[in-house]
Design a protein around this ligand. Sequence first.
Ligand code: SF4
Ligand code: SF4
Ligand code: FES
Length: 242
Amino acid sequence: MKFTIDGLEISAEQDDTIMDASRRAEVFIPGLCYSSSTEPTHSCRLCMVEVEEKNSLRLVAACAYKVKENLKVVTTTERVSKVRKTILKHLYSMAPENPAIMELMNLYKIEKAPIIKEKKSHCILCGRCVKACEKLGISAISTVNRGVTKEINTPYGKPAEYCMGCGSCSEVCPTKCITIKDNEEGRTIWHKHFEWARCEKCGVIVTTKEHFANSNPNNTPVVCPVCKRRYMTDVFADTFGE
Ligand code: SF4
Ligand code: SF4
Ligand code: FES
């Protein structure tokens, strides 16, 4: 299926949103809560674009709007620019000095908006971390509290029983605001410390013990990908000769 973004023809697959297709085609539409690997949260609203429908332009979120054949998407209008700037200023007030937001502020040439209150966190409450954890079947974190104290946390801010320290939530966070501390002994995340599972052959860190156990129901030994490959090569050589 074909459609256009600012006159540029793009290919889309069945059920693609404008964002899915634009990211695949490397056509830039800003969006902090979008991830092709997790369920969409549609929360940041930065991806607003206009689509031509019945001879008029309608403002839609690119990460939610499904592409149709010959759809015309416009991103360069005054209205789109104004909406994105307003949203960016709001996100900036939530997470001032965050590099991801500062980059977009510079791109859209926005003066720093006044900061209403001192923010300790750079969280913009996009929900990507929660979705990533849900997708793993764990759901160790969620949105807690309301109003200005709203945040992402574990139940009662205590070490979450089922958190396995995999770090997926931190990896998908667009503002990199989830505190994750790794050292030689292990990892600390979400108020909980995890010991490393190390490769039994070379000692390299593979993941946390809890994450390894969770993704390894057959209880096989911890072996890193490099040692696993080496082992397979040896087996192949023994079986079929050099
Ligand atoms: S580190 Fe814990 S909270 Fe984060 S994705 Fe993994 S299991 Fe979920
Ligand atoms: S911690 Fe990061 S991923 Fe989670 S809601 Fe906040 S900004 Fe989004
Ligand atoms: S990327 Fe569309 S709402 Fe955030």
